[in-house]
Design a protein around this ligand. Sequence first.
Ligand SMILES: [Zn+2]
Length: 403
Amino acid sequence: MPEFVSDGLTGAHQDRIADLVAQLRSVEPLASRYRGVSSVATLEQLESVPVMLKEDLQVALRQLQPRAASGATWVFQSGGSTGSPQVGYAPTGLYMHDVYAQWKALGPDDVFVNGWSAGKMWGAHFLVNSYVDHAGCVAMNLGAMTKDEYTPWLEFFAQRKVTSFGGTPSVLRLVFGHAREAGIKLPDLKSVLWLGEGWDKQLDEDLPVVAPNARRWGMFGSTETWVIGTNTPECAADTWHPLPTQLVGIGEDDLLDFTCLNPEVLNPVLRYRTGDAGRIVTCSCGDPRAAVQVLGRRDGLIKFRGHLLNVADFVGDLGALPGVARAQLMVTETDNGPVLEVLVLPAAETAGLADRVREHVVGSAFGPSIVFQRNPHALEVAVVDKLIGNDRTGKISDLVVRA
Ligand SMILES: [Zn+2]
């Protein structure tokens, strides 16, 4: 039976859920699923409402074409760089009032740099600008940087006494890793805002060296649900406090589902399942409200030549090797079976690095080493100057699969 992170449904919540059910029932391909759903007054009754998957929401949005009550209606897209985009709608403001009410990552005295890339209909850059409006601070829209631009921009941030920098953890890791290598210090930096991926533990090593006063402040959500929860430096990086307007459920296989209770939310998000798993915990920050620890996606394991491989653990292990800024796995199908290529972004000196990484993988006492001892040709290591990422979002996934 699903559990919900909630003290119960108010009258306004019940009205919102009734409205969501009515909207979804009006969508022809979904109608039969919601026909049997009567009024939902309690969390027990919500348990019997069917969960929605990504494609269900896209079907609903194609028909409903929601419009904001006032101002513009913005369309953003999520999803990878391939395949048809998943869209989400939002009114101007992107619901950031609710976020600012709960989460004070920035205040009026801050000088903030927005390092999320802008364009291609990705929402993060604009969402954070809407948040900044509530904080009333000084803000600079930087967007994506190329490697050659890191040093001059970092020096500019130091001169301008920038107090806060925000970006996707993939980007933050490269920026702060570079700053550490280059010996650049940001003593005025107090906060690092992050959104879009899990926290990267390498930042716990690099940030204290570059910016000893900086601490992490995270937001969790998706283009379809918008911001679901937030955390502070006192919370574990994988643990989130849901906004009062977001109802989080935890169902079979620990899969999370989300219901947007704010009546202004344009996407009909009712028990919407994103594929993330989680569990209800008491947060270490001391906030007595229940929190959700996000355990990541259920698809973190791959089978490589019969051996189960935990991609995140493997990449994390490689990323901790001396001289490695970050690693990425690429699996390619060949006539001789699958080949695992380890792409290594070097931290500095590259001489002998590929050999050292290879020796580490093959010599490990655990993991897939046995596969490569038997099939040496199934492992390749390449030192590269750029990992394979999404140009739109700056996100770099741990695993790339090539047919
Ligand atoms: Zn907390």
